[in-house]
Design a protein around this ligand. Structure first.
Ligand code: NAD
Length: 299
C-alpha cells in the first residue's frame, strides 16, 4: 500500500482520493480552507494545509488541479522536497508543453513523473470507472497501475510524458462537438414540437447514441446545468487543442466553431455552469426560452 498525498480535492479529486483511501492506501489530502478540511473529513481522508510537508512524506503525489499554472505553482513548491524515488502523477488536464516543462524545470531527476488525465466526469470519478490516458515511462506506469485501477477501468499507456495530455485534448474536442450537436438536435426537435423524452430515448439506441447523450440527457430535458464539468474548464481544454493545432498548422473547423460558442458562454458569465449549457446558447440563438420537460417553448 502506498503513502499518497493528493492535491486538488475538487469535483473530481475528492471522490478519486476517497476511492484510494477506501482501497486501503494511506491518503493525505491537501486543503486550503475549513470547508475543504470538512469535506476531506467527510470523505474519510486525513487532511493538511501544508503541501510541502505532506509531499515530502509521500511515495506518490497526485495532483488534480484546474490548469497548467496551478500545476506549475504546486509542483515548483513541492518538487525540491520530494523523496528520492517518489512518483508525481498529474491527473489534471493541462497543456502537454507545460507538462514537459514542469518535469524539466520543477522536478529533480530522482523523482519520476506521469501525466494521467482522465475522462468520465464526476460520475466516473465517484464510481471509480474513469478512462485514464497515461504518458510517461513504462516502468512508472506499471508502478502506478494499481492506483489507476482503483480510480478507473480503462487505463491505457499512450506514449512518453505529455502524450496523455495530447490524447485528452482530442477527447475534449470530441466531447464539446458531441454536446453541441446534441444541443442543436434538441433545438430542432423542440421547434418541430417532437416529444423530447421519447426522441432522445430512441436516438440514444442508434448510431447517434453516445455517452454524452446518455449522461447529459436529464440536463437537456430539465434545463438544469449544475456542474459536472464547468464551461470555464472546457474553454481551457479547447484552448489547449487550438494551441497544439496551431503549432502543427492544422485546420480543425468544427473545433474552432464550438470553441467560440464555449468562449461566448464563459465571456458572458456562464463559465461556472456545466458544459451541457451549450444547449442554453443554442436555444437563445433561436429565440427559444430555457424550459422544463415539455419542450414546447418556441417563443
Ligand atoms: P475543481 O475546480 O472542482 O477542483 C480543483 C480543486 O483544486 C479545487 O478544490 C481547488 O480548491 C483545488 N486547488 C487549486 N489550487 C490548489 C492549490 N494550490 N493547492 C491545493 N488545492 C488547490 O475542478 P475539477 O472539475 O475537479 O477538475 C480538475 C481537473 O480535472 C481539471 O484540469 C479538469 O479539466 C479535469 N477534469 C474534470 C472533469 C470533470 O468532469 N469535472 C473531468 C475530467 C477531467
Amino acid at each position: 500500500m502506498s503513502s499518497i498525498t493528493f492535491i486538488g480535492l475538487g469535483i473530481m479529486g475528492l471522490p478519486m482520493a476517497r476511492n484510494l483511501a477506501r482501497s486501503g492506501h494511506d491518503v493525505t489530502g491537501v486543503v486550503r480552507s475549513d470547508r475543504g478540511r470538512a469535506r476531506a473529513a467527510e470523505a474519510g481522508l486525513a487532511a493538511t494545509d501544508d503541501a510541502v510537508e505532506a509531499a515530502q512524506n509521500a511515495d506518490v503525489v497526485i495532483t488534480m488541479l484546474p490548469d497548467s499554472p496551478d500545476v506549475r505553482s504546486v509542483v515548483s513548491a513541492i518538487g525540491p522536497h520530494l523523496r528520492e524515488g517518489a512518483l508525481l502523477i498529474d491527473m489534471s488536464t493541462i497543456d502537454p508543453v507545460a507538462t514537459r516543462d514542469i518535469r524539466a524545470e520543477a522536478l529533480p531527476g530522482s523523482v519520476a513523473m506521469l501525466d494521467a488525465p482522465v475522462s468520465g466526469g464526476e460520475a466516473g470519478a465517484i464510481d471509480g470507472v474513469l478512462s485514464i490516458m497515461v504518458g510517461g515511462d513504462a516502468a512508472d506506469v506499471e508502478r502506478a497501475r494499481p492506483l489507476f485501477e482503483v480510480m478507473g477501468t480503462t487505463i491505457v499507456h499512450v506514449g512518453p510524458l505529455g502524450s496523455g495530455q495530447v490524447v485528452k485534448a482530442a477527447n475534449q474536442l470530441i466531447v464539446a462537438g458531441n454536446i453541441q450537436m446534441v444541443a442543436e438536435a434538441v433545438v430542432f426537435l423542440r421547434a418541430q414540437g417532437a416529444d423530447l423524452t421519447s426522441a432522445l430515448q430512441v436516438i440514444g439506441g442508434g448510431l447517434a447514441g453516445s455517452t454524452v447523450l446518455e449522461r447529459k440527457r436529464q440536463a437537456f430535458l430539465d434545463g438544469s446545468f449544475a456542474p459536472g464539468f464547468r464551461l470555464a474548464l472546457h474553454a481551457k481544454d479547447l484552448g489547449i487543442v487550438q494551441n497544439s493545432a496551431a503549432a502543427e498548422g492544422l485546420a480543425l473547423p468544427l473545433t474552432a466553431a464550438v470553441t467560440q460558442l464555449v468562449r461566448a458562454l464563459v465571456a458572458r458569465g456562464d463559465g461556472e455552469l456545466d458544459h451541457s449549457a451549450l444547449l442554453k446558447l443554442a436555444q437563445e440563438l433561436n429565440g427559444m426560452e430555457l424550459n422544463g420537460q415539455d419542450g414546447s417553448t418556441h417563443s
